[in-house]
Ligand binder design. Structure first.
Ligand code: SF4
Ligand code: SF4
Length: 306
């Protein structure tokens, strides 16, 4: 059932108890609703589409309400009905019409090897648009860019050891070519839906200047990435006592000896949890540090035999 705008406002102001942005950002979502929905364009580069899948699983608020009532999404390769040349022309049309006013979301890394041809994302009248070309052109026209996922934020798996594609993060790409548009990083493999929607809502509500002020040294919004996982882990008491779990499933022990990267990872996973607040990685496995700039190479091996 689709919510009316009024119902959605109620949801966002806390009549429905829940986790994540329903707790932290209800007032911000409400204020965002009172403003004109900003134009948002979403590019997908070198990635697995997992960030799109993650955001589509947003529990509270539902993604349909975000898409229809909070933002004006003009292009999203996974969910839009349009395709091919018509859709790609529309992408550029919106970008030109809303120059300096739209937010560009980028999912996936930007490959530069072989003139960027490892990732062609559209074709118009025989011209193949590479991810690099389109990210440069639309990134230069955007008011701000949000890099969704660790591939876009830091290069991630496409830029890991052995890569032949010359994959780069969006910020690294901008720095290389002198593109000055501000970039907000929302890493994760994939990022939590709350991190993506919450960061967008924070930027819409508070403006770019205030958003830049809450970023940490690697460009992440501190409301979501400001705490160390290990320091907030329910297994910390076992770590402090030196009690290590020999298996993923044994509950009364820390997972450090199994390869847990919580001590070198910053996010609110232990308190926010995933899948609507049901569970999180360390409950049944380990943290592999997916939100950090050195993921995956610096976090490998992910698992260690206990
Ligand atoms: S399970 Fe991981 S994050 Fe939790 S206390 Fe142990 S090492 Fe730290
Ligand atoms: S617990 Fe670690 S690996 Fe799991 S989502 Fe959070 S940061 Fe990523």
């Amino acid at each position: 059932m689709s919510l009316s705008r009024r119902d959605f406002v109620k949801l966002c102001t806390g009549t429905v108890a829940g986790f994540g942005i329903s707790q932290m950002y209800n007032p911000a979502v409400l204020h965002a609703l009172e403003k004109a929905a900003p134009n948002v364009l979403w590019l997908q580069g070198q990635g697995c589409t997992g960030c799109s899948v993650s955001i589509l699983n947003s529990v509270n608020p539902k993604i349909a309400d975000v898409l229809l009532k909070v933002i004006n999404l003009g292009y999203q390769p996974t969910i839009m009905a349009g395709e091919g040349e018509v859709a790609f022309k529309h992408l550029y049309k919106v970008a030109k019409e809303k120059k300096g006013q739209f937010i560009l979301l980028v999912e996936g890394a930007v490959p530069l090897a072989e003139a960027g041809r490892y990732c062609v994302i559209g074709e118009v009248e025989g011209h193949e648009y590479t991810m690099a070309e389109t990210t440069a052109e639309l990134g230069s026209m955007a008011a701000a860019v949000v890099s969704l996922g660790t591939c876009a934020a830091y290069g991630g798996i496409p830029a890991s050891k052995g890569s032949v594609t010359g994959a780069m993060s969006v910020k690294g790409f901008f720095d290389k070519y002198g593109i000055k548009t501000p970039v907000v990083n929302v890493p994760g493999c994939p990022p939590h839906p709350d991190w993506m929607i919450g960061s967008l809502v924070f930027a819409i509500e508070n403006g770019l200047e205030a958003t830049v002020k809450v970023l940490d040294s690697v460009g992440r919004p501190t409301p979501f990435y400001g705490k160390n996982i290990h320091d907030n882990c329910p297994y910390l008491k076992y770590f402090d006592a030196g009690t290590m779990s020999p298996t993923f499933t044994k509950k009364d022990g820390c997972r450090y000896d199994l390869g847990c990267k919580g001590p070198s990872t910053n996010s609110d996973c232990p308190t926010r949890k995933w899948n609507g607040g049901v569970n999180w990685c360390v409950e049944n496995s380990v943290c592999i540090g997916c939100v950090e700039p050195d993921f995956p190479d610096g976090k490998s091996p992910f698992y260690v035999a206990g």
